[in-house]
Write a protein that binds this ligand. Structure first.
Ligand code: ATP
Ligand code: MG
Length: 384
């Protein structure tokens, strides 16, 4: 089996691999890039596995004039920069001892050992720089069947690193055949170990959830997480029921994890997933506006067409009510409307708190008029 793509044949990837292979080492692209190339998904980052130890990788790359960043020397990773692109080059490893997620790793020169410590068979695929796939664990058959299977015994692999529970649901959402449902053994092992999720950092949980919810069709995976209790552990109070409705209403809209997260609800979500301030604010705003009486035009005016649309979609999904007729045109009209009054127009007759109240009252009148009242008409408004 061969794979191809610009990400592989480009000068940068070829250079990084050549630096290692010309010195007699193996240099194999591995993991997500090989999996996605086989499945026809876009490729974000290209990881390289090698039998060369990290100091050797670093020396060889520097000797070839490439920039090297010692990203994680003790677990075997250096980032090699070629033509502005960063490649994580990681020495083959084998697990020696594991305590929860703290796996003690030793470097290895054996590709089979390296494959055995990866999480899923579809992630344990390698390819040479000319695209020849190396499949030590039968990942190709699983890719063909779009079957997400743990490498080795799922129970053991999960107790080594509880993040794999969340990775199971994430990769299921993205790459598994929805008609086949979950791999039964993998799902049972996830269900048996949900308490282990408590040991994970909020950053890691947040990163996984964002990636899961960005999948084109995450509903089945999220329902599975809820059913086995995993969702309740990481997001207490979250409810998966509105998610499939939202995804249906989204139609062909690009997936957005914030919108999906907003319909799950739950307590302290921004904190539990360590969201950025901006993302936390967006989530809160959607939550507040879903329960507000504001209609499409006003939402478009106050928040812009994109966020206004997200609010309406979430509201429809959560209330199980159809979207209001003409909502898209109303949103666009609201988003384009400009309130014709400035604070300066009302001064000095109004100042301080009275100025704020007057501005708000006029703005409310103007919105209620469907943005039609003119500046003159508004300025003539008697005080109430
Ligand atoms: P993507 O980058 O699209 O999210 P990926 O498969 O590249 O997917 P990464 O998290 O970038 O995922 O990890 C790269 C590879 O490292 C994986 O394909 C897998 O082989 C291995 N890996 C990553 N995290 C783990 C883990 N927690 N346990 C075991 N193997 C892992
Ligand atoms: Mg990756």
């Amino acid at each position: 089996m061969r794979i191809a793509g610009d990400w592989l044949s480009c000068e940068e990837t070829q250079t990084v691999c050549r630096v290692l292979t010309e010195a007699g080492h193996q240099a194999l692209v591995v993991g997500g890039c090989v999996r996605n190339a086989l499945l026809g998904f876009p490729i974000s980052d290209v990881d390289i596995a090698t039998d060369a130890r990290p100091e050797i990788v670093s020396d060889l790359a520097e000797a070839a004039g490439l920039k090297v960043v010692p990203t994680g020397m003790d677990h075997g990773t250096v980032t090699v920069v070629a033509g502005g692109k960063g490649y994580e080059v990681t020495t083959f490893r084998r697990d020696v001892e594991t305590f929860g997620r703290h796996a003690t790793v030793a470097f290895s020169t054996d590709l089979a050992e390296d494959a055995a410590r990866r999480d899923f068979t579809m992630n344990a695929l390698y390819a040479t720089a000319d695209g020849e796939v190396i499949d030590p664990l039968g990942g190709l058959t699983d890719i063909a069947a779009r079957r997400l299977r743990f490498v080795g015994d799922p129970q053991d692999r999960i107790t080594e690193d509880y993040l794999r529970i969340l990775r199971f649901f994430r990769f299921h959402a993205w790459y598994a055949d929805p008609a086949e449902g979950f791999d039964a053994e993998g799902y049972a092992a996830c269900a048996a170990n949900i308490a282990g999720l408590e040991t994970l950092s909020r950053e890691r949980i947040g990163a996984e959830m964002r990636k899961l919810l960005a999948a084109p069709a995450p509903s089945e995976a999220v329902a599975g997480m809820a059913h086995c209790g995993a969702l309740g552990v990481i997001l207490p109070g979250a409810d998966p029921r509105a998610l499939p409705i939202l995804v249906h209403l989204e139609g062909g809209l690009a997936p957005d994890w914030r919108r999906r997260l907003a319909v799950l609800g739950g307590q302290d979500v921004a904190d539990r997933l360590r969201l950025s301030r901006a993302d936390g604010n967006t989530l809160r705003l959607i939550g507040d506006e879903v329960g507000s009486p504001r209609q499409a035009a006003e939402l478009g005016y106050r928040h812009g067409a994109g966020l206004g649309r997200d609010i309406l979609l979430c509201r429809a999904a959560l209330t199980e009510m159809p979207l209001p007729p003409g909502w898209e045109a109303d949103l666009a009209r609201g988003a384009a409307a400009r309130f014709p009054i400035r604070a300066a127009d009302l001064m000095p007759a109004f100042t301080g708190a009275a100025l704020g109240a007057r501005l708000a009252a006029l703005e409310a009148r103007w919105i209620a008029s469907g943005f039609t009242l003119t500046r003159e008409a508004l300025l003539d408004t008697p005080e109430s």
